[in-house]
Design a protein around this ligand. Structure first.
Ligand code: GLU
Length: 414
């Protein structure tokens, strides 16, 4: 039977299950199943050929009981309203798992950036933030990069917002380039955080990341840095996939050479000893599997064949619920997205703190603070996992929803 793959249904099911496990009043689920605010905007952009194109985008502000809402903006042709809502919910729980003083938000614009010139991309980015300007701000809702959005796009968005306000607001957006108020360590933060929690989990499972065989799906910002950082930590990265193929070498890929190859050929396909299909890649004999691409990649068929001991979800929502059940039954440990990829928003938080205090930290300070936060969150979730004998995913949701429910209670929302 075809599995329902609307991510909003998936996240709502997750929330409902966890509210039940925590014995929370039904109203907590009612409060968490919808965003507190959801904005849909359309705006015109002049294209290079002189024509006008109208773009549609969304910003979902899920829950602000813990603080201003926070989360990235994604540019993707398949963006849909329910997806943006679901992603904003994951942000609420991600921030809560890490103990960040934020609620969750997410933005999405329906656009294929590969079809735009640089100038068009800039005008689209400025147009989107102009449309969202009444709803965002350093004390309200703080965007950041997500799929196909970059530090340069963050810089344009900040500049446009500053023009509207008439003064600089570096804390209105994170993931900026360093020269305009970005934080050192932000670009690699999601991947570094993923490595920290994978290292802790490997220890619990009785192996060391050093010498471990790693498979990574995705070679964008997150997958690319993950490959570099896992290799630096002494793992053997044996396979890396992008949308067009999968480079494989049982002896470990040379990441720098692969980066150069991808630059030249536009894909990793053709590099290394073999080009694997997605199914072959997920079925590789390895220790750590890092899905770093997008939602719903690990389906039940794929889950049956996974041979990794540990899955660290660097992407948001890469595992379907049915696949998740199979993986749990098979005894493979999963570090859920809201823990494993929370390094990005954690350093976004550090960036915002630095912007608000106008005092900037060294990269070593940022990385050290990130390590403390990630290890702490891992230990909290691990303790919940052991105490209630639940999966790491349920344990992370229980940790997060418990915190958000308490904040809502104290605020008198129920
Ligand atoms: N888009 C990233 C995420 O899904 C980062 C969000 C942020 O830095 O605010 O976690």
């Amino acid at each position: 039977m075809e599995e329902k793959l609307n991510v909003l249904d998936i996240v709502r099911d997750q929330i409902k299950t966890v509210c039940g496990k925590l014995g929370l009043e039904p109203v907590v689920y009612e409060l968490l199943k919808e965003p507190v605010r959801f904005h849909e905007v359309t705006f015109p952009v002049r294209m290079d050929d002189g024509s006008i194109r109208v773009f549609k985008g969304y910003r979902s502000q899920h829950n602000d009981a813990m603080g201003p809402t926070k989360g990235g903006i994604r540019f993707h042709p398949d963006v849909y309203a329910d997806e943006v809502k679901a992603l904003s919910m994951w942000m609420t729980f991600k921030c809560a798992t890490l103990g960040l003083p934020y609620g969750g938000a997410k933005g999405g614009l329906i656009v294929n950036t590969k079809e735009l010139s640089q100038g068009e991309l800039e005008r689209v980015s400025r147009g989107f933030i102009r449309a969202l300007a009444p709803y965002v701000g350093p004390e309200k809702d703080i965007p950041a990069p997500d799929m196909y959005t970059t530090p340069q796009i963050m810089a344009w968005m900040m500049d446009e917002y500053d023009k509207i306000k008439g003064y600089p607001n570096p804390g209105m957006i994170t993931g900026k380039p360093i020269a305009v108020g970005g934080s050192l360590g932000r670009s690699s933060a999601t991947s570094r955080g993923c490595l920290f929690v994978a290292r802790e989990a490997a220890r619990k499972l009785g192996f060391d990341v050093k010498g471990a065989r790693v498979v990574i799906q995705g070679f964008g910002n997150v997958g690319g840095f993950a490959a570099e950082l896992f290799a630096e930590a002494g793992t053997k990265v044996i396979a890396i996939a992008d949308t067009k193929g999968c480079a494989y070498d049982a002896d470990g890929l040379d990441i720098k050479a692969l980066e150069a190859y991808k630059k030249e050929h536009g894909s990793v396909a053709g590099f290394g000893a073999a080009n694997l299909s997605k199914e072959e890649m997920f079925a590789l004999e390895c220790d750590i599997l890092v899905p770093a691409a997008m939602e719903n990649q690990i389906t039940p068929e794929i889950a049956k064949n996974i041979k990794a001991k540990l899955i660290a979800e660097a992407a948001n929502g890469p595992t379907t619920p049915e696949a998740d059940k199979i993986i749990n039954e098979r005894g493979i440990l999963v570090l859920p997205d809201i823990l494993a990829n929370a390094g990005g928003v954690t350093v976004s938080y550090f960036e915002w703190v630095q912007n608000l205090q106008n005092y900037y930290w060294t990269e070593e300070e940022v990385n050290a603070k990130l390590e403390v936060k990630m290890v702490q969150a891992f230990n909290d979730v691990w303790a919940m996992h052991e105490k209630y004998n639940v999966s790491m995913r349920d344990a992370a949701y229980m940790t997060a929803i418990d915190k958000v429910a308490r904040a809502m209670k104290l605020r008198g929302w129920y």
